[in-house]
Structure formats: C-alpha cells, structure tokens
Design a binder for this molecule. Sequence first.
Ligand SMILES: O=C[C@H](O)COP(=O)(O)O
Length: 248
Amino acid sequence: MQGKLVLGNWKMNGRHAANLALLQAMLADEDINRAGVGIAAPYPYLAQLGAVFAGSQLAVAAQDVSRYAADGAFTGEVSAAMLSDIGCRYVLIGHSERRQYFAEDDACLRLKLQAAVAAGLVPVYCVGETLEERESGRFAEVVGEQLKALDAIAGQGYVVAYEPVWAIGTGRVASIEQIDEAHQLILGRVLQCHGASASIRVLYGGSVKADNADAILSLASVGGALVGGASLEVKGFGKICQSAKKTL
Ligand SMILES: O=C[C@H](O)COP(=O)(O)O
C-alpha cells in the first residue's frame, strides 16, 4: 500500500532567510523529514528548497507551470522542463486560486497536465466546488466536469487534490462525511475513466490543521493532505505529518 502524501503549499509567502530557518526546522523534525512529504514553494525559492532538501527524501513541488511545453518566446513563463531540471517532483495544477484569479480553464489545464507529465513531473490536479455550487446541489456535477481534464493524461501518474473552495483558508473544514463522499466520488470517476489499474491518491485540502488531521487522514479514501496555512510553521505541519505517518 502506498503511504499518504502530505504536501505543504506555501502559496505566495516566504523570504529567503525565514525559509531557511523553517526548512531546517522541517529537516530536523522526524515526522516531516521522510518520504511522502513535500513543500510547494513560489518559483524564486524552489532552488533553495532543492538545496536544503538535498540528500533527504523530502520532495520539492511547484505551485504552477506554463501551459507551453517548449522553450521559447513566452516571457514570464516557467516550463515543466525547467521545473524538472531543478529537481521538482510535483507540480500543483488547477488550484482554485489559479482558476479564480487567473481564469485558468479546462483547455489551459489540460495543456498544463500534459506538459507536466511529459517533463516527468507528477501533477497534483486540484478540484473543488464553491459554496454556492455546493449549496445549490451541484457539487458532483462541478467536480465531475473538472475531473474530465485528466483524460489528457490518462494512464499516466498523477495525484488529485479535493479542495472545497469554501474550506480554503477559512477555518471551515468540510465534515468527515463530506470529505469521504467527495473522495469516493472522485476515486470512482477516476477508476471509471482510467481503468481498474488506476492507483490514484486523492489528497484533501482546506483548513487541515493539527487538530483535525488525525480524523481526516484516517479515512481510507483520503490519500493525503494538501496543507496551506499550517505548512508555514513547523509544529502544526509536523503534527499533520505525524497523523499521516500513523496510517502507515
Ligand atoms: O493548497 C492548499 C489549500 O488551498 C488549503 O489551504 P489552507 O490549508 O490554508 O486552507
């Protein structure tokens, strides 16, 4: 059985000196410093993560990637090949903040997924409904539509992250029943579309904290966690990683 994966997403946070202290504290924490844990940092700090994590099993992840696969005249873009070149293992694709603020649509996300796998990265494809979509009973329809982009990389390695938008950074965590229902739905769709051989982890993200990690990560349908705010400090993140370790 593959272990649960815990990825911290620093979002647009960090400064070189503060990162160093945090990363070194993570390396010194035996719950964090092991296979199955990684950090997604802003582009300017990915090399710093690579240097500090060198020789450890901690993974470096990017928060986004260009939809353009080939090098060339795309000012401001960072290609999947570049991320791979500097040692990234994972890349977040389709985070709700990218969908919301940068208008990333299905066509764009399909290209990003393809570019990522072509460069040997593991995409962490994020899906999730807004509060309005949940309250109007459209949760399964919305998530089902979002999952269709994965057809672009059928048969390849990827991770899905279920992040209900209403639970991100709000402290309002989805209930255990809501999480299990969503994860069962996602696992069912992935299996239906990509075959019985699909061995896909579905991470939960949205206000995962030290005090709810045990309950969330003990669900069989939850393959790990995508952690925002709590990955910016070592104590809470360590506790979340410990909850994942307990399930091994
Ligand atoms: O990528 C992480 C998610 O957006 C969750 O963020 P959060 O843990 O701060 O709610």
